[in-house]
Design a protein around this ligand. Structure first.
Ligand SMILES: O=C(O)c1cc(C(=O)O)oc(=O)c1
Length: 290
């Protein structure tokens, strides 16, 4: 496999200035490979995108903290994510991917390393298998205050419902479960996702990835139209993130400055922006300060 570069080499400085204390609540690190080799089961092999690069981007874009989500290319070895958190001087926390047979002691060690949730990935192009029964077992014995992050595509939302309904901790849905945003705010996918959000008041979501979800391209007008009403209606359970270093993006690599400029389009008021970028992610990841 050739190593790929999936991020912009010189992202613009955003026109929008995030409020002080803003959190990029969905990003990843890759390696560095010499210290943290990729999983033998990885479906893509990226160039190194380590903590120094992530923190430089954070500062460039005007953010204060990061939530680092274990990327599938690192499998269930969370050392690269833990290393980045350790280097952030308290300004990063994370979401791990674990072998469901993980011991309680190892879960506690992840907590000490700054992990506050685990991720279940159902994308066939990213993982070989996603055993719901085992996922449910581990979801039932997470450290106090943790949540489960789930990544799935819109066409399996209904199929996953019994499994997700049984998870006894808050759920955070990556990239809104990948709706077809070109259907608009009242399209089939958004309606199904809204019905799911209505089923429980502890389901959160990330209003992320216009670059992945909007085939009309930058400035991603279809994404803005479809997502702004969702943010307005569920403003206390929505998160935002860059998704840097944009795993797998090769053809239409997004300019991270432009991604930040999506924020005021989906969260037009200062109050909404504060909830999206500070209050909500603080409640999930730094509850002791929130
Ligand atoms: O759509 C993707 O390819 C993707 C991959 C990963 C990962 O490899 O972990 O994470 C994401 O948030 C999105």
């Amino acid at each position: 496999m050739t190593r790929i570069t999936s991020w912009h080499g010189a992202p613009s400085r955003p026109l929008y200035t995030p409020p002080a204390g803003a959190i990029d609540a969905h990003c990843h690190v890759f390696g560095p490979m010499a210290d943290f080799p990729f999983s033998a089961k990885a479906k893509y092999l990226p160039e190194d995108a380590g903590p120094d690069m992530l923190f430089a981007l954070r500062d460039h874009l005007g953010f204060a903290r990061n939530v680092i989500v274990q990327a599938s290319c690192h499998g269930t070895d969370n050392s690269a994510t833990l290393n980045a958190i350790a280097k952030a001087n308290g300004k990063a926390r994370g979401v791990a991917v674990v072998d469901p047979a993980i011991s309680d002691a190892d879960l506690a060690a992840l907590h000490d390393g700054g992990i506050r949730g685990i991720r279940f990935n159902f994308l066939k192009r990213l993982v070989d298998d996603a055993p719901k029964d085992k996922f449910l077992d581990v979801a039932k014995r997470l450290p106090a205050g943790w949540h489960v992050v789930i990544y799935f595509e819109a066409d399996i939302l209904e199929e996953l419902r019994p499994f997700m309904d049984a998870i006894p901790v808050p759920l955070v849905i990556d990239h809104m479960g990948r709706p077809d945003v070109t259907q608009g705010p009242d399209g089939v996918d958004m309606k199904a996702f809204r019905a799911f959000l209505e089923s429980r008041d502890d389901i959160w979501f990330k209003a992320t990835c216009p670059d992945r979800l909007d085939p009309t391209g930058d400035p991603w007008n279809a994404f803005a139209d479809a997502v702004a009403p969702l943010v307005a209606d569920y403003q206390d359970r929505v998160l935002w993130g860059t998704d840097w270093p944009h795993p797998n993006m090769q053809d239409d690599i997004p300019d991270d400055g432009h991604l930040v400029d999506m924020i005021p389009r989906i969260a037009p008021t200062a109050e909404l922006q504060r909830k999206l970028l500070i209050d909500n992610p603080m409640r999930l990841y730094w509850p002791e300060e929130a």
